[in-house]
Design a binder for this molecule. Structure first.
Ligand SMILES: [Zn+2]
Length: 234
């Protein structure tokens, strides 16, 4: 043992690579040759500020997932449940995104044993969660896929309710759950059946069954299926 020399360290991550069973850094996987002085370095670890500060923390993952869930939910019904909650989620989500980017920039100078003692590849999956959320959020905001998916999953129940209203067997027009939607009330208007799902900042929103499949007046409507529209009144 060469105890008089400083430890050998991985060139990439500064992990101590003395006395390992194989010539591969267990921390980052970089291969080294104990006989080739250029394939490792000796000396003190790098200053803490250049060390890898670790994968994203749980709070930022929770923030990303909560924000994504709220956005998908809002986009699946044309409205968010609570504007203040949504604003708060966006603020925390942006802080989490900034934290993520700062960590990402520092990964190029990987850590060697950060405070907290996490080692190896533990927590590496956490790097995947924010990008996944960051992909889903804009895709949900730029298209109506959450609305289409949620409605498609709810469609059989919507059809049943509408059929029941038409033949008189479904008399409950008040608050109820239809498929995956919470309906505030049901009303009929010029032959159409409107299932209100709430309001957004522009006006009331809901699902509309139009038996003749005609466009709806006074609304911005998205056709979801034959005779079915998601509508926003203004
Ligand atoms: Zn390494």
């Amino acid at each position: 043992m060469q105890t008089d020399l400083p430890s050998k360290r991985c060139l990439d991550c500064s992990y101590i690579i003395d006395g390992l069973p194989e010539n591969r850094c267990p921390e980052c996987g970089r291969v080294f040759d104990p006989d080739d002085r250029r394939s490792y370095r000796r000396g003190a670890r790098q200053p803490r500020w250049v060390l890898w500060i670790g994968p994203p923390r749980l709070w930022s993952l929770v923030a990303a997932v909560v924000l994504m869930t709220l956005v998908l939910k809002a986009r699946s019904q044309h409205a968010c449940d609570d504007v203040m909650v949504m604003v708060g989620a966006w603020l925390i989500g942006l802080v989490a995104a900034a934290d993520y980017l700062m960590r990402l920039l520092r990964v190029r100078c990987p850590r060697h044993g950060p405070p907290g003692g996490q080692t190896g590849s533990r927590g590496r999956w956490r790097w995947l969660v924010p990008p996944l959320c960051a992909l889903l959020i804009p895709s949900a905001m730029l298209s109506y896929w959450p609305l289409r998916v949620r409605f498609a999953l709810s469609r059989p129940t919507f059809d049943t309710v509408v059929q029941g209203i038409q033949d008189g067997s479904h008399s409950n027009l008040g608050r109820q759950t239809v498929g995956l939607y919470s309906i505030d009330f049901i009303q009929q208007d010029r032959g159409r059946i409107i299932l209100s799902t709430g309001c957004n900042i522009v006006g009331p929103v809901g699902m509309v069954y139009a038996p003749n499949d005609s466009p709806l007046p006074d609304t911005i409507a998205i056709r979801l299926a034959p005779c079915w529209y998601a509508a926003q009144w203004h």
